[in-house]
Design a protein around this ligand. Structure first.
Ligand SMILES: [Zn+2]
Length: 98
């Protein structure tokens, strides 16, 4: 393997191809496309293998993670962001709960 034997851009082109494959697989698996384009660019075929073996992210997983970030207002029983200190619907202060 003599590096000077090949044009310098060939390795770069390879990385682009793997980045596109990773991005495509990431889209199909409902995962971060931008993140996997970078992953494919850096990891090349290893990145493709990783994204190929990863299970697709399902919508139910996303719902579950969203639920974890939410809490129910004890006053009006509306689901609100866990980071909120006050209920945006009825103004109930959550910091009273501790
Ligand atoms: Zn409320």
């Amino acid at each position: 393997m003599n590096i000077s034997f090949q044009p310098h851009w060939w390795g770069f082109l390879h990385s682009i191809i793997y980045a596109v494959i990773c991005g495509y697989l990431a889209k199909r698996k409902n995962r971060s496309i931008i993140g996997w384009i970078f992953g494919g660019f850096i990891l090349t075929f290893i990145g493709v293998i990783i994204i190929f073996l990863l299970p697709p992210k399902t919508d139910s997983d996303e719902e579950a993670s969203d639920e974890a970030k939410e809490k129910e207002c004890p006053n009006c029983h509306t689901k609100v962001e866990a980071s909120k200190k006050k209920c945006p619907f009825c103004g109930y202060p959550f910091d009273k709960l501790g």
